[in-house]
Write a protein that binds this ligand. Sequence first.
Ligand SMILES: Nc1ncnc2c1ncn2[C@@H]1O[C@H](COP(=O)(O)OP(=O)(O)OP(=O)(O)O)[C@@H](O)[C@H]1O
Ligand SMILES: [Mg+2]
Length: 462
Amino acid sequence: MTSILVVDDERSMRDFLKILLMKEGYQVQTASGGKQALEKIEQHPFNLIISDIRMDGMDGLELLNTIKEKQPSLPVVMITAFASPDDAVFAMKNGAFDYVSKPFNVEEIKSVTSSAVAKGMQSAEDKSISAEFPEIIGESREMIKIFEMIQRIAVTPANVLIYGESGTGKELVAQAIHRHSLVAEEGFVPITCSAIPEELMESELFGHVKGSFTGAVSDKQGLFQLADKGTAFLDEIGELTPIIQTKLLRVLQEREIKPVGGTRVQNVNVRIIAATNRILEEEIMAGRFREDLFYRLAVVPLRVPPLRERKGDVPLLASYFLKKYSKLFGKEVQKMSSYAMEVLMKYDFPGNVRELENIIERGVALESSNIILPESLTLSSFRKDKSDSTTQPASPFQVVANEEELFDMGLEALMAETEKRCLTAALKKTDNSKMRAAELLQVSFRSLRYKVKKYDIGLGKK
Ligand SMILES: Nc1ncnc2c1ncn2[C@@H]1O[C@H](COP(=O)(O)OP(=O)(O)OP(=O)(O)O)[C@@H](O)[C@H]1O
Ligand SMILES: [Mg+2]
């Protein structure tokens, strides 16, 4: 049964929503504040949380933030006051599924609830399918579609053409298709077409017999013999020369090969997965790639989208690579600072996942603290957004009038003074919302809350 938690500090509102949703057939529990809500969430698997924003103690945005850290796929619908559209925008930016504003429209609540519940179920399914592909990191809609496609085509013998920009993960996808295929126990034999000189290519593909050319000192098996009954992975297929294209086409048509210098033909049964970062249709138009070969290879075409079209995967990939390289380098770099993550999210990754991996690798290597700061990121083609400068904190040197005063105060006190000024300014600007102030200052919510307590900064209770 679908189970919903309603969080509101106003009893009449809780009861109203509870009755409304129970009539719709949902099981409903209520909580009177963020803290109580979190306790209930730990004890019971909810499908949806509906929470008011303005509450004493832990408010709705803080609750949202905590839920998104602990259970990112649990949908949260926020209730906002009619007069505060900023709250709605902020909630959406921080991962709320949707919001409804007071005063309520009953039909709106019903429809938002049912689509949020459906979304929750969808993301539970997405999670379980991505668990089938532990070596490919990604939970974006685009990657889920690829996982579904792999599952569907893996069990057929159809040839697959994987295309996409460099560094998108084409080889990983090819391996995954093989691993999920009916011939997973047989060989997966890769060959990089661009890496082999033309005169050797035929022998690499089809093998040769002893003495067939200078240097052929013994019989040699080619890709097709080695991959027989299994999968051959032809990487960078766009680089094949016309002569080899023709020979390959013949093999695909006849399903038999003749080794170089040999007289007997051999039957082979190989599934071909090819990959390219070229646009083969353009190569065909330009007369560089055989159209008939293209159709033989691309029985199932599979596009791996560039990373900039699935930015949602960036945090997941970043933390995966962070763990990988921290371990490899024996370092204790545990996380990205929220500002460093923001910088990554704005970046367009011309080199795709491979570039992200390199950025994190370098970041971990350069970082001396346990958190990756924006300074440790080296992005090849990044232009900093000019509007950012308005959110940079004031220089500590503005705190005092002259250098002598700097030395009188000492670094500790200066830093504290600067922190206090930044916090006060941000809280004032955000109408005392710690969540938004943290965002403005580009620090985590937790660290802002800690500092506010430490300096005892209060602009009056909200
Ligand atoms: N979704 C992913 N999860 C984890 N690692 C990934 C993912 N996608 C790519 N990588 C990593 O990024 C690097 C590049 O991936 P891969 O070699 O599969 O890309 P490609 O599309 O074949 O690139 P190219 O066209 O340049 O050959 C590899 O180190 C790979 O492990
Ligand atoms: Mg590759």
